[in-house]
Design a protein around this ligand. Structure first.
Ligand SMILES: [Ca+2]
Ligand SMILES: [Ca+2]
Ligand SMILES: [Ca+2]
Length: 196
């Protein structure tokens, strides 16, 4: 056995001498010169520069699961609607657990609000990320985005501020998906938004 192995190594050595190269044992290639920064980058074919965030492919919306998934073509944000009923707090945590850039949906414009309403089907109670838990009467987005739009149903919000009937979390309600402040402990469907 050992003799066979020695013979094999000898043959390999002769082969190497004959061909002038040894497979799998080439000298280490020197590292390529660093690519100079600046205008030279423009010569690289599109989509090959992984350091450029613009060229990164968009993650598929389906990666976050959900019962209904949609992408807003304008903002590229993904919306994931979950029908499993949760409290506002648990829904908030469930959205945050999906990824760093995912949160209870923030409905910052009429178009965004309507797009999400269209995802809900026959579900008439859905949490999104708007509450006045911190300061009664002052609703803020869970992302702290600017407060530019609201779609309260007639007579809402109607928290009596009596210290008993707390209604601190906005819920999309009814076929139109208009907003109503409700008890945050109420179990309802919820919609998450992934910014990127
Ligand atoms: Ca949003
Ligand atoms: Ca309230
Ligand atoms: Ca209410």
């Amino acid at each position: 056995m050992l003799a066979n192995k020695t013979r094999l190594l000898t043959m390999l050595g002769l082969l190497t001498l004959a061909t002038g190269c040894m497979p799998e044992m080439a000298e280490y290639e020197p590292l390529p010169e660093p690519v100079p920064a600046g205008p030279a980058k423009a010569d690289a074919p599109l989509g090959t520069d992984s350091a450029d965030p613009v060229s990164l492919p968009l993650l598929p919306c389906e990666a976050g699961m959900g019962n209904v998934v949609a992408r807003d073509p304008a903002s590229t944000h993904c919306y994931m609607f979950f029908t499993e009923p949760k409290s506002y707090d648990d829904a908030y945590k469930a959205c945050n657990a999906i990824s760093t850039h995912t949160h209870l949906a923030t409905l910052n414009s009429r178009a965004e609000d309507q797009m999400v309403t269209a995802m809900l089907g026959t579900t008439t109670e859905t949490w999104f990320g708007f509450d006045d838990i911190m300061l009664e009467g002052t609703f803020i987005w869970n992302t702290l985005e600017a407060n530019l739009f609201s779609n309260w149903a007639a007579g809402q919000p109607d928290d009596p501020d009596d210290g008993v009937n707390e209604r601190d979390c906005a819920m999309k309600t009814g076929a139109l998906g208009q907003w109503d402040d409700r008890d945050c402990a109420t179990l309802a469907a919820y919609v998450c938004e992934r910014d990127r």
